[in-house]
Design a protein around this ligand. Structure first.
Ligand SMILES: [Zn+2]
Ligand SMILES: [Zn+2]
Length: 163
């Protein structure tokens, strides 16, 4: 219930109330309980933003959106890290030294998927319908563990002729 939230004051709570249905709040609350985290307005908001995002989100992008609503930048970051640690978010690094976070969809079996990085504008896309399995090659042993499949190229916007 929204009324049980810690620090349920001001703008932040308005934001939660206006953007999340009671059912969404309840679902997230149960998930947080399962992983042993308190249900705060910041966690609720961070989770909902990531659930709604079509592509992985950086801390900067999320902070740009949430800081004007009254959330603290450091709190947003700590929540991203905490949620990744308990396995609700996936933390992705695509070679540009920026951590991106994405919601791990529980509805989909084996939600792991490759990502596409545009080398021109840096846009990232999830390739959920591309089944690329990490091959079980003996040569992989040499590198330890493959954790990410990354495809690079140019997105449709960057490929389009200028003008
Ligand atoms: Zn691009
Ligand atoms: Zn993804």
């Amino acid at each position: 219930m929204v009324s049980e939230l810690k620090n349920p004051q001001g703008k932040k709570l308005d934001y939660v109330m206006n953007n999340l249905s009671e059912q969404e709040v309840e679902e997230i609350r149960l998930l947080l309980k399962e992983v042993g985290l308190r249900c705060t307005s910041a966690r609720l908001t961070v989770i909902q933003e990531l659930k709604d995002a079509a592509t992985p989100v950086t801390h900067a992008e999320l902070a740009d959106k949430l800081v004007p609503l009254g959330f603290d930048k450091a709190t947003v970051f700590r929540n991203l890290v905490d949620l990744a640690e308990v396995g609700l978010l996936r933390r992705i690094e695509l070679g540009d030294h920026v951590w991106r976070f994405e919601w791990i969809a529980r509805e989909v079996d084996a939600d792991e998927h490759p990502h596409f990085l545009c080398t021109v504008c840096g846009e990232v896309a999830c390739l959920r319908d591309l089944a690329l399995e990490i091959p079980k090659l003996t040569s992989v042993d040499h590198f330890g563990e493959v954790t990410e499949i990354l495809l690079k190229g140019q997105c449709t916007k960057c490929l389009a002729p200028a003008g």
